[in-house]
Design a protein around this ligand. Structure first.
Ligand code: SF4
Ligand code: SF4
Ligand code: FES
Length: 343
C-alpha cells in the first residue's frame, strides 16, 4: 500500500478550466502517468490524457509537470520531494482539446511544409548506398519521437500564436538539418529554405529546446547552429570582409542585398524573436553589442559551436558517385545492387 500524495491537475476544455486538487496513492517505482491512470481509475474517469507506449517512445504523453515540459511516462515520482505537490498541466503552446490533451496540428502542418527527402537522380529505391561515416552526423536526429516538447518550450511560439505562421520550430529545424546532412539528398537549398521559409533566423539559440528533449538530441548545437553558420558563411568570406572595409556599411547592408539574417517571411513576429522583451523567455545568449551599435552573429561568438561538416564545409551534396565507396557486408557474394564505383 503506497502513500497518499497531493496533486493538482488542470481540468477543462477550449472554453476554459482550472486547476483541481486531488490526493492520490503513490507506490514505489511509479511515474506521473501511473498517477494519472490511478486518478482515472479511482476519482476522475473522464480525465483526458493522451498516451500509448508508457516507455518514452511514442511521444504521446507530453505534458507540463511543475511547469516543465516532460513525458508523463518518463517522470519518476521519486524525483519529487516526499511532501511536494505535483502540478500537471497541458502543453501551453497548443490549443486545448480537453484536460491534458492538446491539439498539436501545428506540428503536422509544419511537417507537411518541410520538403521531403529528394532521391538522387538515376538511383532506384533499394539501391541507395551510403557509408556509415556519412550518416553518423545526421543519425542523431532520427531518434526524434515527435513528442513536441521542444516545439512547446520554444519562446518564439510559446504564448505567441501570431509567430506560428512564420516559424516551423526546432523539431523541423532538425529535420531540415538531417536532410541537409544526408549524403544522398538531391536538394542543395535546405539551409536557405530553413532561413527563408522555416524561420530559422528567429531562433536566438536559447537552447531551451535542447534542455527538454527526452531523446537528448543536441538540437541547438548539432542542427540549428551548423545550419545558421552556413547560412552566414558568405558574410565571412574574406572578399566580403574586404568590401566591408572599403565601402560604407550602408552601401553593403545585408538586408539591402537579400543577405539579412531575418527570414523573408516576417509575418508579425513578436516577443524576443522580434527584439522586444518577453517576460517568460530565458535570457538570450546573444553576443554583446559592439561599439558601432551592431552585434556579431550570435552563433559564431558562442562557446559551443557546431562541429565541422564531415564532408568539408564547401561540399555540394550529394557526393559525386565516384566518391561514394560501398563496401558490401559479404565480400565475394554476388550482389544485384550497385557497389564500388560502379554506380
Ligand atoms: S534554441 Fe531557443 S529559440 Fe531556438 S528553436 Fe530552440 S527553443 Fe527556440
Ligand atoms: S526533437 Fe526531441 S523534444 Fe523535439 S519532438 Fe523530437 S524527441 Fe521531442
Ligand atoms: S506514453 Fe509513449 S512516450 Fe509516454
Amino acid at each position: 500500500m503506497g502513500t497518499k500524495r497531493h496533486f493538482r491537475v488542470w481540468r477543462g476544455d477550449e472554453s476554459g478550466g482550472d486547476i483541481q486538487d486531488y490526493d492520490v496513492e503513490v507506490n514505489d517505482g511509479e511515474v506521473v502517468l501511473d498517477i494519472i491512470h490511478r486518478l482515472q481509475a479511482t476519482q476522475t474517469p473522464d480525465l483526458a490524457c493522451r498516451w500509448n507506449c508508457k516507455a518514452g517512445k511514442c511521444g504521446s504523453c507530453s505534458m507540463e509537470i511543475n511547469g516543465k515540459p516532460k513525458l508523463g511516462c518518463m517522470t519518476r515520482m521519486s524525483t519529487f520531494e516526499e511532501d511536494e505537490t505535483v502540478t500537471i498541466t497541458p502543453l501551453r503552446t497548443f490549443p486545448i482539446i480537453r484536460d491534458l490533451v492538446t491539439d498539436v496540428t501545428f506540428n503536422y502542418e509544419k511537417a507537411r511544409e518541410t520538403p521531403a527527402f529528394a532521391p538522387p537522380a538515376g538511383v532506384a529505391p533499394g539501391q541507395y548506398r551510403m557509408k556509415q561515416v556519412d550518416v553518423e552526423r545526421s543519425q542523431e536526429f532520427r531518434k526524434c519521437i515527435e513528442c513536441f516538447l521542444c516545439q512547446n518550450t520554444c519562446h518564439v511560439v510559446r504564448d505567441h500564436e501570431e509567430n506560428k505562421a512564420a516559424f516551423s520550430g526546432p523539431r523541423y529545424f532538425i529535420r531540415a538539418a538531417e536532410l541537409d546532412m544526408h549524403p544522398l539528398d538531391a536538394r542543395t537549398d535546405r539551409k536557405d529554405y530553413a532561413q527563408a521559409e522555416q524561420g530559422l533566423g528567429f531562433c536566438n539559440i536559447t537552447k531551451c529546446c535542447t534542455e527538454v528533449c527526452p531523446e537528448h538530441i543536441k538540437i541547438t548545437d548539432n542542427a540549428i547552429i551548423p545550419m545558421k553558420e552556413r547560412v552566414v558563411d558568405r558574410r565571412y568570406d574574406p572578399l566580403v570582409w574586404l568590401g566591408r572595409k572599403i565601402f560604407r556599411r550602408d552601401q553593403l547592408d545585408g538586408s539591402a542585398h537579400g543577405d539579412s539574417m531575418a527570414p523573408s517571411t516576417s509575418v508579425g513576429v513578436t516577443g524576443v524573436a522580434a527584439g522586444t522583451p518577453f517576460s517568460s523567455a530565458r535570457p538570450s545568449e546573444a553576443a554583446p553589442v559592439r561599439d558601432d551599435g551592431r552585434m556579431d552573429v550570435a552563433e559564431l561568438a558562442l562557446p559551443q559551436q557546431g562541429g565541422p561538416s564531415p564532408f568539408g564545409d564547401d561540399q555540394e551534396l550529394p557526393l559525386p558517385p565516384g566518391e561514394i565507396v560501398y563496401n558490401h557486408p559479404a565480400p565475394g557474394k554476388d550482389d544485384t545492387g550497385p557497389k564500388g564505383d560502379a554506380h
